[in-house]
Design a protein around this ligand. Structure first.
Ligand code: LLP
Length: 425
């Protein structure tokens, strides 16, 4: 199921989310419009927390902001007791603005800038996840200069190929991320020789949109074996659990994921006779993905007899680059014809000047007419966060829906906004 849990068809035959009629939302806020369902979002945070806490009390779930970074969303996530994984100064700034507890902030990235690292040390954030030895040396110099301590983890490249799109695999040997297994012990020794860097533990992230739990179990074994003789207090397994994007993807539930991960985690630590560390998970997509729906208005319709019918929407690759980047599959319905039976096969084309800008190929919909509202499911993760201003189109607005009330949480970018940084007028 790839729809928000509050999705239903109302008495007008229209799709409703969070008690809000999507056709009314499109009229009030315009399209394209990102709609986030608060009940689904909070539900996912709770599912993660309870699934892990009930099995392993010493767990912290942190939300990977790269999936969707916005102050309103972060406030909800913080309210649900999750920490924050940030991957840039901008995400860190947003976390601060949202009032996140900085002690639960983990800073990632394979090439954090000196400025970003200095800021993180000055703010005394929870952890910096050191990606390579050059970064270790830089962080050492920064902390000496500032005279401040910081807790660090090392990102380990475990050499695991998770079964997902090659662009979103990160744990394979040929990857820009992380320190290879063989060099971790040396990195820990180097950290122990510094004055201000406090080595806390190991991190790894093997990829994203992963359906199979097996590679996570392998990751646990590798991190556990590496922990021998290192006094590891914390193990961070990264994110990566997949979601049903297309409407027919078969994915493990968060509970099944926790059951297998925690079971294996305990077994490994017992086998190696090591003290059980704190367990960190940093999901992004599986927290926000299914809470999001994008609304578009149907514009031009073009039929090429015997070949294909294109229906164009007022958004596309700039608000959702995932189909063009990863060939990602999405499903959709016409929100204003939610009860009508499907009657034709069409290809949903975006509005941007690129032939590959197709959101959904060969989808069955009721007869499509100009002005219909298309609702595309499972767009909560890596849509807004990867949105661009291609063709100088402003980024879309976002509303949070709950209990029949929509709240605007992100304004639509105006043409004025788009020229704000143009220096010559
Ligand atoms: N932790 C680290 C260090 C990561 O690099 C990522 C994602 C996560 C956690 C969260 O992973 P998730 O639970 O969301 O799978 N743009 C791509 C996804 C890139 C993921 C990058 N790292 C997409 O749209 O599929």
């Amino acid at each position: 199921m790839n729809q928000p849990i509050t999705a239903k068809i109302n008495e007008k035959g229209r799709l409703e989310i969070g008690g809000c009629d999507l056709v009314d939302l499109a009229a009030e806020f315009g399209t394209p419009l990102y709609v986030m369902d608060e009940v689904t979002l909070r539900g996912k945070c709770r599912e993660y927390r309870t699934a892990f806490k009930n099995r392993y009390d010493n767990t912290l779930i942190i939300f990977a902001n790269k999936a969707l970074c916005n102050t309103a969303i972060l406030k909800i996530i913080q309210d649900e007791g999750l920490g924050a994984d940030v991957a840039s100064g901008g995400e860190l700034f947003t976390a601060r603005k949202a009032g996140c507890n900085l002690k639960t902030v983990y800073f990632h990235g394979n090439n954090k800038t000196q400025k970003e690292l200095m800021e993180a040390v000055e703010l005394e954030i929870g952890r910096i996840v050191v990606d390579n030895l050059d970064e270790l040396a830089l962080l050492d110099r920064i902390t000496v200069k500032l005279g401040k301590k910081i807790d660090i983890l090392f990102r380990v490249n475990p050499g695991i190929e998770a079964h997902t799109h090659e662009f979103i695999q990160t744990g394979q040997i040929d990857s820009k991320f992380g320190i290879s297994k063989e060099n971790v012990a040396e990195a820990v020794k180097l950290a122990q020789r510094t004055k201000y860097l406090n080595f806390i533990g190991l991190h790894s992230h093997i990829g994203s949109q992963i359906f199979d739990i097996e590679p996570f179990l392998k990751e646990i074994e590798i991190l556990c074996a590496l922990s021998e003789g290192m006094n590891v207090e914390e193990i961070n397994l990264g994110g990566g659990l997949g979601i049903d994007h297309s409407g027919s993807d078969v994915v493990p539930t968060i509970d099944q994921f926790a059951e297998e991960v925690v079971g294996h985690f305990k077994k490994c630590w017992e086998k190696h006779k090591l003290a059980e560390p704190r367990l960190i998970l940093e999901p992004g997509r599986s927290i926000v993905g299914n809470a999001g729906v994008t609304l578009y208005s149907i514009g031009g319709i073009k039929e090429i007899p015997g070949i294909r019918k294109y229906v164009s929407v007022d958004g596309g690759m700039a608000d959702n680059p995932r189909p063009i980047l990863y060939d990602a599959q999405y499903s959709a319905i016409l929100a204003n014809k939610a009860r009508k039976p499907v009657g034709e096969k069409v290809t949903v084309a975006g509005r941007f000047c690129e032939s590959g800008d197709k959101l959904i190929k060969d989808i069955e919909l009721p007869k499509v007419e100009v002005g219909d509202i298309l609702a595309v499911f499972a767009t909560g993760a890596y849509n807004y966060s990867m949105a661009s201003n291609y063709n100088r189109v402003g980024r879309s607005a976002m509303v949070l829906v709950n209990n029949g009330a929509p709240t605007l949480i992100l304004k639509r970018e105006s043409n004025e906004d788009l020229t704000l940084n143009d220096v010559v007028m």
